[in-house]
Design a binder for this molecule. Structure first.
Ligand SMILES: [Zn+2]
Ligand SMILES: [Zn+2]
Length: 168
C-alpha cells in the first residue's frame, strides 16, 4: 500500500463548521483582514484566535475588553465550540451600562458572537481606549520617576511628564 499524495490533507482550521445555535452550515466571509465563519440563519459569527483583531481592528481585540475591570461574570456556556467541540464559557463583558455576553472556547480560544454582539464589544473596546492610554501614560510617568530617583539631578523629561499628567 503505497502512500498516496497529500491532496486529501484537511486543514482543520478551514473546514466548514456548523452554527452552535441552529446547526446551519456556516459560510466563510471576508471581513477586514480575516476570513471568518458566519451563520446565514441567525447572523452569529465565529472568530478563531486573533481574528477579532484582524477582522474588526484593535477595539475588538481581547486586549481591550478582556480585562479584570470589564469582567462581569463567567459561567458554563450552553453551546459547544463549533470549531473544536470544546467546552465554552459564557463571559459577561461589562463597562458602565454596556453589557455583552459572549461565548468563548477554553480549548482553541475561538469566540462566538451572536448577531450585534461584535458592535457592542467594539463600543466597549473604544471606551476602554482612554483608560488604557491613561494607564500607559501613568506607567511611563512612574518609570520616569524611578529613573528620576536613581539619577540626580531630576531629569527634564520627568518634570515634563508630571506637568503633562496634571494637565490631563
Ligand atoms: Zn445560526
Ligand atoms: Zn474551540
Amino acid at each position: 500500500m503505497g502512500s498516496s499524495f497529500a491532496v486529501g490533507k484537511i486543514d482543520t482550521t478551514r473546514k466548514t463548521i456548523k452554527c452552535p445555535r441552529d446547526h446551519a452550515t456556516m459560510k466563510e466571509i471576508e471581513v477586514g483582514e480575516a476570513h471568518i465563519d458566519e451563520c446565514g440563519t441567525c447572523g452569529g459569527r465565529f472568530f478563531d484566535q486573533g481574528e477579532m483583531f484582524a477582522a474588526l481592528g484593535m477595539h475588538a481585540d481581547p486586549s481591550y475588553w478582556d480585562r479584570p475591570d470589564c469582567l462581569g461574570a463567567l459561567a458554563d456556556a450552553p453551546i459547544h465550540c463549533p470549531r473544536c467541540d470544546g467546552h465554552m464559557l459564557l463571559q459577561t463583558v461589562l463597562h458602565d451600562k454596556d453589557k455583552v455576553e459572549i461565548d468563548r472556547c477554553g480549548h482553541c480560544n475561538g469566540i462566538w458572537l451572536d448577531k450585534g454582539e461584535a458592535d457592542r464589544i467594539m463600543a466597549i473596546g473604544k471606551k476602554m481606549e482612554t483608560a488604557i492610554d491613561a494607564e500607559l501614560l501613568q506607567a511611563r510617568a512612574d518609570l520616569a520617576k524611578l529613573s528620576d530617583e536613581d539619577l540626580s539631578p531630576p531629569s527634564l523629561i520627568a518634570r515634563f511628564l508630571a506637568l503633562f499628567g496634571k494637565k490631563k
